[in-house]
Ligand binder design. Structure first.
Ligand code: NDP
Length: 364
């Protein structure tokens, strides 16, 4: 999509819904997210309408190898660095990396999201959830507040949701919910460390449902319900697109929610975002709030180029300061007459850097 500020960078998606239009829109959005991270990354996206569901491990491996047999000509450590996305996790990245290495006869940092043993970064699985909560911490500071004791709704129970919950607990907040596509697990007194450990163990089993967790936990299972009707201070939609609509937004405001930050990609509908804006609550779009994942992918590229592995602490510290910088850019570009619009700030800050680079390079 764009290589004005660095090599093309974005996920590869394997899902039956994949088509060129979807990849173009995802790559377009990736341009501004990558620019916001302040790391030298351009943007791209790719994939196939291959459906990995119900395929054997061997079939997945053969598909990844066949895919790279063509794609290897178009990627490289200074050209295009693919990552994972829907249907493409560490296993698929490993298979693609292996085939790429075989065809090029080189060991390079051409993929991110690799296994730690062959160039992956510490803190990559945690990065999106942690980064989202670091961003919320900065938003709260603008209202002279913090996460301590704050009631937080989190949707989803996957990678992003689990690590967002982990960080909210670390910062003294109260996690009231997690959810999946079948319902919501509600902890009226707040989730404990043991609860989170138990859910993480459960979710590591393929096909596990949150409804199976209630017998062990101090929680209620709300079948077929989303979390948004529960009174809270902070809402973190971390599951999927369009999971928080107009009605949910009105309910959150009625219940005095102060902050909404998108851990997932586009979980709030446009109508919901308008309602948040009109109510003057703090709303952070995904391109800013969930940029922690791609930021650590950028840090994986840096480690590969340096031929070094940083410790978890080193990567986490860098992630934290990147999220603070993204927040600072949103304030700088999004504040008009003393009011900050994070959507405006993220869009303008991301755009200006890419546009300036393109003009300076004589692209237009
Ligand atoms: P996972 O697949 O690990 O988890 C997704 C979670 O969302 C699961 O708990 C799933 O439940 C739930 N879910 C799916 N569909 C629905 C639905 N219709 N209603 C309610 N819950 C639903 O994904 P991730 O945690 O990695 O990603 C979550 C979101 O964050 C996605 O939008 C992704 O694009 C975005 N994102 C992820 C990044 C990352 O680093 N992982 C980086 C930036 C954005 P179930 O088990 O029932 O399907």
């Amino acid at each position: 999509m764009n290589s004005a500020i660095g090599p093309y960078k974005g996920g590869r998606r394997f899902h039956p819904s994949v088509n060129l239009d979807i990849l173009k829109f995802l790559a377009f959005e990736q341009t501004f997210k990558n620019s916001l991270t302040s790391l030298p990354m351009g943007s791209g996206k790719g994939g196939a309408d291959f459906d990995p569901k119900d395929k054997s491990d061997a079939e997945i491996m053969r598909f990844c190898q066949a895919f790279i047999t063509e794609l290897y000509r178009h990627i490289g450590p200074n050209l295009d660095i693919p990552a994972g996305d829907i249907g493409v996790g560490a296993r698929e990245v490993g298979y693609m990396f292996g085939m790429y290495k075989k065809l090029t006869n080189e060991f390079t940092g051409t993929f991110t999201g690799k296994g730690f043993a062959f160039g992956g970064s510490r803190i990559r699985p945690e990065a999106t959830g942690y980064g989202c909560v670091y961003f919320v911490e900065e938003m709260m500071k603008t209202r002279h507040s913090g996460l301590e004791g704050k009631k937080t709704l989190i949707s989803g129970s996957g990678n992003v949701a689990q690590f967002a919950a982990r960080k909210v607990l670390d910062l003294g907040g109260k996690v009231l919910t997690l959810s999946d596509s079948s319902g919501t697990l509600f902890f009226p007194q707040g989730m404990t460390e043991e609860d989170l450990l138990h859910i993480t163990e459960l979710k590591n089993k393929p096909g596990a449902r949150l409804s199976e967790a209630t017998q062990y936990l101090n929680a209620e299972y709300l079948e077929s319900q989303r979390p948004w009707h529960i009174p809270c201070d902070i809402a973190l939609p971390c599951a999927t697109q369009n999971e928080l609509d107009e009605d949910n937004a009105r309910t959150l405001i009625k219940n005095n929610c102060q902050v909404v930050a998108e851990g997932a990609n586009m979980p709030c509908t446009l109508a919901a975002i308008d309602i948040f804006r009109d109510a003057h609550i703090l709303f952070a779009p995904g391109k800013a709030a969930n940029a922690g994942g791609v930021s650590v992918s950028g840090l994986e590229m840096s480690q590969n180029s340096l031929r070094l592995n940083w410790t978890s602490g080193e990567v986490d510290e860098r992630l934290h300061s990147i999220m603070q910088r993204i927040h600072h850019s949103c304030i700088e570009y999004g504040t008009v007459d003393g009011t900050t619009g994070y959507v405006r700030g993220a869009n303008i800050a991301g755009f200006v850097k890419v546009a300036d680079a393109m003009l300076a390079q004589g692209v237009v």
